[in-house]
Design a protein around this ligand. Structure first.
Ligand SMILES: C[S@@+](CC[C@H](N)C(=O)[O-])C[C@H]1O[C@@H](n2cnc3c(N)ncnc32)[C@H](O)[C@@H]1O
Length: 282
């Protein structure tokens, strides 16, 4: 494939991702609930586990400052997200989707600044932000530009401050095993498998482009630029939660046990679970 061809493909991927979020992902399906929430487990049984995972992000950010960057902010869809910028003067929401930014503006009004921007080419000065978060966004960037995305987040971070990034792993063998097992059970029962939650999903029809990296691959790719720490954000993916975590199977109890274990061994679960929290400083 030629360089020009690659650039074209990458541009086309980005165009499709933007269009997907503008037209589908950020359509409000009920008050404050977006189509994108179909990728989350919203049942009460999982609520506390998911809530506490969201709050983990805040631990790695400076509690206060002037500007917090939220790269790929979407509409700031979950209430916990507001916590991250509570001690900051402004939250700068940067996203390729104008629909996302309009919804984010509705949510935080004057507290926010809203910028249509690509995480791989941030239109901000170096060292501009006292804190940086980017959640579930870099996996939408074409593979060849993902490292550039991380480097951009690092570039705009102020010295002495830190960034917290969440993206799923491409290879979480335990979770993948259970996803496949679930699909098998569903097939045996005659129900359709939910293909759009498979970790290596790369569809442009039902969802949009996603490319997730593996643990070693990511560490290696970033090693020549800056050190990263990898902690757990959440061990369990939505597939697993929806199928195996049930009220009648003491689901709340098992999630409490898992949360405790994650707190005790954050690096282990960060490496082997579905979603790591990637932290770096400058
Ligand atoms: C899965 S959503 C996550 C949104 C939000 N961070 C959250 O956790 O709810 C991904 C978001 O990233 C945005 N996005 C995708 N590619 C991007 C890029 N190259 N630069 C900036 N934003 C991008 C999408 O428009 C979308 O709003």
């Amino acid at each position: 494939m030629t360089g020009t061809q690659t650039n074209l493909d990458e541009r086309e991927i980005k165009r499709q991702v933007r269009e997907f979020y503008d037209r589908v992902g950020w359509q409000e399906i009920s008050d404050g609930l977006f189509q994108n929430a179909r990728y989350e487990d919203l049942r009460p049984v999982s609520q506390e586990y998911i809530h506490r995972a969201h709050l983990r992000v805040k631990r790695h950010l400076a509690p206060s400052g002037r500007l917090l960057l939220d790269a790929g902010s979407g509409p700031i869809q979950y209430p916990e997200y507001l916590e991250y910028s509570a001690g900051y003067e402004k939250r700068v929401c940067a996203d390729v989707s104008i629909t996302a930014l309009q919804a984010a503006r509705k949510r935080i009004g004057d507290k926010g600044l809203f910028v249509v921007a690509d995480v791989t080419r941030l239109p901000f000065a170096s060292d501009a932000f006292d804190g940086v978060v980017s959640l579930h966004t870099i996996h939408h960037v074409p593979e060849g530009e993902q490292v550039t995305g991380y480097r951009e987040l690092h570039r705009v971070l102020a010295p002495g401050r830190s960034a917290a990034v969440v993206n799923g792993w491409g290879d979480a063998p335990l979770d993948t095993f259970f996803v496949k097992l679930t699909d098998l059970i569903k097939r045996v029962r005659g129900a359709a498998p939910e293909k759009d939650h498979l970790p290596q999903e790369k569809t442009l029809g039902r969802g949009t482009f996603v490319k997730k990296r593996g643990y070693k691959e990511l560490r290696q790719a970033l090693s020549s630029y800056f050190p990263i720490d990898i902690y757990v954000w959440r061990t369990l993916g939505t597939h697993f939660l929806r199928f195996y975590i049930r009220e009648e199977w003491a689901g709340r109890f098992w999630l409490k046990v898992l949360y405790r274990l994650e707190e005790l061994f954050p690096r282990f679960f960060g490496k082997h679970g579905r979603y790591p929290l990637i932290v770096f400083s400058k």
